[in-house]
Design a protein around this ligand. Structure first.
Ligand SMILES: [Zn+2]
Ligand SMILES: [Zn+2]
Length: 263
């Protein structure tokens, strides 16, 4: 069976409270052996839940931060939770953090301040940064460069920029992760970006429960569905899906420094 990794999943969220064990079992049955749970939605209880999931399951890894949507709500107490969890051995990255100038749910200055502070935290603990960037690629690259984020590396997750943006992140040393959006009919620029990312820098993700790939579009997304994204990314890269799957499993393990797998 083809083995895959879902590099970005929000399975800590309430959407999965009714059937989380089934969702994780379906992922395994579909070959999605490892899952990175992003504990960053809303209050830092999301980070706590992600870490708890990773503590219980050797194939689940956690990241911690506060999403740019919620940056303006951050308090000293929120920062204290993240500072406490950042060095945790099951926390493989700091994120998702970044800039979302499409939704502008938080004031842009607050998003930028939080992004800078999370980059500094990532450097302090020596872990990569998971970046959420929408309609703010020039600004995000400036902050990543100023903050020296390339020293710890990182992933531009759920990539929605232009092919030129993808190439610019690659030139800076970052990885680029494609979500189910790459399967959508109107997403040709994102499909075009695939060829601008070398095979050893590509990751795939579900970003579940959102953005289910075609043919699951419209349903609640879950890690088992990442295979559909793998198929489209492989087609755009011009390689067999098995080769894309193996590369993305290896890339995810390398950037997040997963422990070697017992075989
Ligand atoms: Zn995101
Ligand atoms: Zn996300």
């Amino acid at each position: 069976m083809m083995i895959l990794t879902d590099s970005h999943a929000h399975v800590d969220g309430p959407e999965f409270d009714g059937d989380r064990a089934d969702v994780l079992a379906r992922a395994r049955a579909a070959g999605v052996q490892r899952i990175v749970v992003i504990g960053a939605v809303g209050e830092p209880s999301s980070a706590e839940r992600a870490v708890a999931l990773a503590e219980r399951d050797a194939d689940v890894f956690a990241t911690i931060a506060t999403h740019p949507h919620d940056a303006s709500k951050m308090t000293d107490a929120w920062w204290a939770v993240h500072e406490r969890l950042a060095p945790h051995p099951r926390v493989v990255a700091i994120g998702e953090t970044g800039l979302d100038f499409y939704y502008d749910h938080s004031e842009r200055g607050a998003q930028a301040d939080a992004f800078r502070r999370f980059i500094a935290m990532a450097r302090k603990v020596g872990k990569p940064v998971v970046c959420h960037v929408r309609d703010a690629h020039v600004e995000a690259r400036a902050i990543l460069a100023e903050g020296g984020a390339a020293e710890v590396g990182g992933v531009i997750h759920c990539f929605t920029g232009t092919p030129e943006d993808a190439a610019a992140y690659v030139a800076m040393g970052f990885h680029v992760s494609f979500s189910g959006i790459v399967t959508y009919k109107n997403a040709q620029p994102i499909r075009d970006a695939v060829r601008r990312v070398p095979l050893d820098r590509i990751l795939i993700e579900t970003d579940c429960p959102y953005l289910a790939p075609v043919p699951m579009r419209g349903r609640r997304n879950e890690p088992a569905f990442v295979v559909h994204t793998a198929e489209v990314v492989a087609r755009e890269a011009g390689i067999p899906v098995a080769e894309l799957a193996a590369a993305t499993v290896a890339n995810t393990a390398r950037i997040f420094r997963f422990p070697a797998q017992a075989s």
